[in-house]
Design a protein around this ligand. Structure first.
Ligand SMILES: [Fe+2]
Length: 301
């Protein structure tokens, strides 16, 4: 069993911080939080001081996928497991951890090149949360959502998440020949991560981040709001076959997507078995209008 309880935070660097502000606050209804970099954009979804952290820089890339554990003992256990696998682990300083709004953080790189952080003791903000559409984000015991991570070292990356970090297999889908995208969970959310074969491990290092809200109306309102502001819809509304999410995908500034959905399945591990889906959606999710995702464009093109 894994020590990881959920996706805790995502830190991203971007060249387009002003466009991100419009995208996240006006388009997707995130609440503005606070954080250490005065030029950063800190986005609140719940009582955490921030969940999605954008900092300005000269490229668009993921800085850290932050996974949460219960406490210092669980963090020590994860550190031991990762070190035993031959992966070097760095303990962040108190100042660096404070910048992530966590008590203690360790960092390492997964076999796909993704910068990973594991933390405990997230800092809370008890002020009322005012989201853009009065929607509630579905977080709590299910974490902030899920990430889809691209990797050129697919088998090794899957093994690392399953066997070193202890993520549970939550099904797969063939994407050409015998190659399968693999979905993985750590809580009742169907998947907190999916691992996807990709031609490179460079920027941005993300395929998408999924966030879930409490009503279909909020999903529809967000879809209208991002369209009105000129953001590119990567996939139309649809319902997924594995996590049952009704969602759309919109291109974030920086070449990766935000999936925005509702009605996600709650997995009951008592009865669950890992299944292979043969279609990713029952209806909708038309990707024909999508601009190429940067994670799948070979370097130099
Ligand atoms: Fe997704």
């Amino acid at each position: 069993m894994t020590h990881i309880r959920g996706l805790g935070y995502l830190r991203v660097q971007t060249r387009h911080i002003d466009r991100w502000r419009e995208f996240a606050l006006d388009g997707l209804g995130f609440a503005e939080g606070s954080g250490p970099d005065p030029d950063g954009l800190y986005l609140r979804m719940d009582e955490r001081r921030s969940r999605l952290q954008l900092v300005p820089g000269d490229t668009d890339k993921v800085l850290a996928v932050g996974w949460e554990v219960r406490d210092q003992y669980a963090l020590a256990a994860v550190r031991e497991d990762v070190e035993k696998s031959g992966t070097a682990v760095t303990a962040l300083t108190a100042k660096e951890s404070a910048a992530r709004d966590a008590e203690e953080v360790i960092a390492f790189t997964d076999p796909g090149g993704t910068p990973v952080e594991v933390f405990f003791g997230p800092v809370l903000d008890h002020s009322p949360l005012r989201t853009g559409f009065a929607q509630k984000f579905v977080t709590g015991a299910m974490g902030m959502g899920h990430v889809v991570l691209p990797t050129p070292n697919f088998a090794e990356t899957v093994t690392f998440y399953n066997e070193v970090l202890g993520f549970l297999p939550r099904g797969a889908m063939k994407v050409g020949g015998p190659v399968r995208i693999r979905f993985m969970g750590v809580n009742q959310r169907h998947h907190s991560a999916a691992i996807c074969p990709a031609p490179h491990d460079g920027a941005p290092g993300l395929v998408h981040l999924m966030v879930e809200v409490d009503t279909l109306d909020a999903v529809g309102i967000a879809l209208d709001a991002v369209k009105e502001r000129g953001f590119s819809i990567s996939s139309t509304l649809g319902r997924h076959t594995n996590d049952k999410m009704v969602s759309f995908y919109v291109r974030a500034p920086g070449g990766w997507d935000i999936e925005y959905g509702c009605e996600g399945l709650l997995v009951d591990e008592t009865y669950y078995t890992a299944e292979e889906i043969t279609k990713d959606s029952y209806w909708g999710h038309d990707w024909s209008g999508s601009e190429p995702l940067a994670a799948f464009v070979p370097p130099g093109k």
